[in-house]
Design a protein around this ligand. Sequence first.
Ligand code: SF4
Length: 99
Amino acid sequence: MTGWRERAACKDTWFPEAWWLSKPGDKTESSFDDNQAARRVCRRCPVVSECAQDALVMRADGVIRAAVACRIDRRGEWLPASEAALRVAAGYDVEEVAA
Ligand code: SF4
C-alpha cells in the first residue's frame, strides 16, 4: 500500500465492515450505528479529498467513503446525493455538481 492510503484514518481499523453500508433488513456484518462510527472516522481523516476522488473514479458502491454513503443504482448511475456529496468532499466546485 502506497500513497494517500498510507495516511488513511481507517487503515488499521479494527472493524473494516463498518464501512459497508447497511440497510434495514440487510444481513450485512455492519449496522447503522457501525456506519455512523465509520463516518466519524472519515470526518477526521487527513486524506478525505483523495478518498472521495478515488471513490468517484473507482465507482465505489455500497460503502462509506469520505463520510459519504456511496450508492450506484441498477442502471449503473450514481444516486445524485452520493455523487454530489463525493464531489464536494473531493473539493470540486459545487457548481460543477449541478451542471
Ligand atoms: S475518508 Fe474514510 S474511507 Fe476514506 S480513507 Fe479516510 S477514513 Fe478511510
